[in-house]
Ligand binder design. Structure first.
Ligand code: ATP
Length: 324
C-alpha cells in the first residue's frame, strides 16, 4: 500500500480532526502518502482530493468539527455513483481507504470494498456511541461533557425558581448520551428509547420526588424517546397532570456536536487511527478499530454495523438507585 485515502462521513463529531491528524502522521511515519477526501463519499464522486502531509494537520487536534467536511451522499447509494468513486480513487493511485463515521458510512464503505476489492478500515466517529465493537466512539465523551455542563446551568435556574425542566438531548435511536449525562448531571429521571417507562410511572415518580422534598427536578429526554410524545407535549402533559409543578422545556440541539474535543476523545482518536493505518499496512481490511476493555481492538465491519449497541444495564440500575 502506497497511498491511503481518508474521509469523514455522516454526522460530524468532536475528535474527528484528532483522528485525521493521527492518520496523516502515521502514514508519514511509515512512508505512505495520505490523501484527504473532502465532503465524505460526495468528495469521492467529485474527486475532491488533496495530499496531506504532517504539517497540514498542525493545530487541529483541539478543534471540533472536521477539516475534511462531511456530507450525506445519495449518489453513493447507487452502483453508478460508486463506480465513479472507485475510478477516481484508481486515477489518484489511492489503494486503501479509511472511513471515519457511523454505521451508515461503514455500510457504504463495505459495499464499495466488496464491489471493487479495495481495502478499507472504519473508525467510529459519532457522538451517539451506538456502534458495536467499541466502548466509546470518538465524540461521545466530549458530547457528554457538553450536555452535563449545559444541564448544570439549567439546574441553577431550575432550583432558583423551583421548576421542573425537561431537557432534550441527542440520540434518536440510542440512549447512551441521555443515560450517561443524566447520571453525571444528577437528573431525577432519564427517558431513553431503549426503556419505555410509561407515562404513569413518570408521573408517579415525579410526585414522589416532590413529596420527598426536592425543590427542582431535571428530566433528561433522548430525542428518540418513544412515550408517543415529543418533549414539548411531554412537558404539557406533566404540567396538566401535576399542577404542583411549573414545567419548562429546553432542547440542547446541535451545540452537543460542537466544541473542542475532550482529552479522552483526542487520545482515543489518536490510538484508533494509528491502529487503522497499521492494520492496512499489515494487509488487514474490513475492520472497525475500537476500544474494548480499554484496549484497541478490531471488529469485522459487518459485526460493527449490526444494529445499535445496547445501553449498559448496570448504568440503568445505578440511575434507578441514585435518583431516589
Ligand atoms: P451518523 O451516525 O452520525 O448518522 P452515519 O455514518 O451512520 O453517521 P449516514 O447518513 O447513515 O451516517 O451514512 C453516511 C453516508 O454513507 C450516506 O449519506 C451514504 O452516502 C452512505 N451510505 C449509507 N448506507 C449506505 C448503503 N447501504 N450503501 C451505500 N452507501 C451508503
Amino acid at each position: 500500500i502506497k497511498k491511503i485515502g481518508v474521509l469523514t462521513s455522516g454526522g460530524d463529531a468532536p475528535g474527528m480532526n484528532a483522528a485525521i491528524r493521527a492518520i496523516v502522521r502515521t502514514c508519514s511515519y511509515h512512508n505512505v502518502e495520505c490523501i484527504g477526501i473532502f465532503r465524505g463519499f460526495q468528495g469521492l464522486i467529485d474527486a475532491d482530493f488533496e495530499v496531506l502531509g504532517p504539517r497540514d494537520v498542525n493545530y487541529i487536534i483541539n478543534k471540533g468539527g472536521t477539516i475534511l467536511k462531511t456530507a450525506r451522499c445519495v449518489a453513493f447509494r447507487t452502483e453508478e455513483g460508486r463506480k465513479v468513486a472507485y475510478d477516481n480513487l484508481k486515477k489518484a493511485g489511492v489503494d486503501a481507504l479509511i472511513v471515519i463515521g457511523g454505521d451508515g458510512s461503514f455500510t457504504g464503505a463495505m459495499v464499495l470494498s466488496k464491489e471493487f476489492d479495495i481495502p478499507i478500515m472504519g473508525i467510529p466517529g459519532t457522538i451517539d456511541n451506538d456502534i458495536h465493537g467499541t466502548s466509546h466512539t470518538i465524540g461521545f465523551d466530549t458530547a457528554l461533557n457538553t450536555v452535563v455542563d449545559a444541564v448544570d446551568k439549567i439546574r441553577d435556574t431550575a432550583s432558583s425558581h423551583k421548576r421542573l425542566f425537561f431537557v432534550e438531548v441527542m440520540g434518536r435511536d440510542a440512549g447512551h448520551i441521555a443515560l450517561n449525562a443524566g447520571i453525571g448531571a444528577g437528573a431525577e429521571e432519564i427517558l431513553i428509547p431503549e426503556e419505555n417507562m410509561g407515562m404513569e410511572r413518570l408521573l408517579e415518580s415525579l410526585k414522589k420526588s416532590k413529596k420527598s422534598g426536592k425543590s427542582s427536578s431535571i428530566v433528561i429526554v433522548a430525542e428518540g424517546e418513544k412515550l408517543g410524545k415529543n418533549v414539548f407535549e411531554l412537558g404539557e402533559y406533566v404540567e396538566t397532570n401535576l399542577p404542583e409543578y411549573e414545567v419548562r422545556v429546553s432542547v440542547l440541539g446541535h451545540m452537543q456536536r460542537g466544541g473542542a474535543p475532550s482529552c479522552f476523545d483526542r487520545v482515543l482518536a489518536s490510538r484508533l487511527s494509528v491502529k487503522a493505518v497499521e492494520t492496512l499496512l499489515e494487509g488487514g481490511s474490513n475492520y472497525m478499530v475500537g476500544l474494548i476493555n480499554d484496549q484497541v481492538a478490531l471488529t469485522p465491519l459487518e459485526q460493527a454495523v449490526k444494529g445499535h449497541s445496547p445501553v449498559d444495564q448496570e448504568l440503568l440500575r445505578v440511575s434507578d438507585i441514585i435518583t431516589i
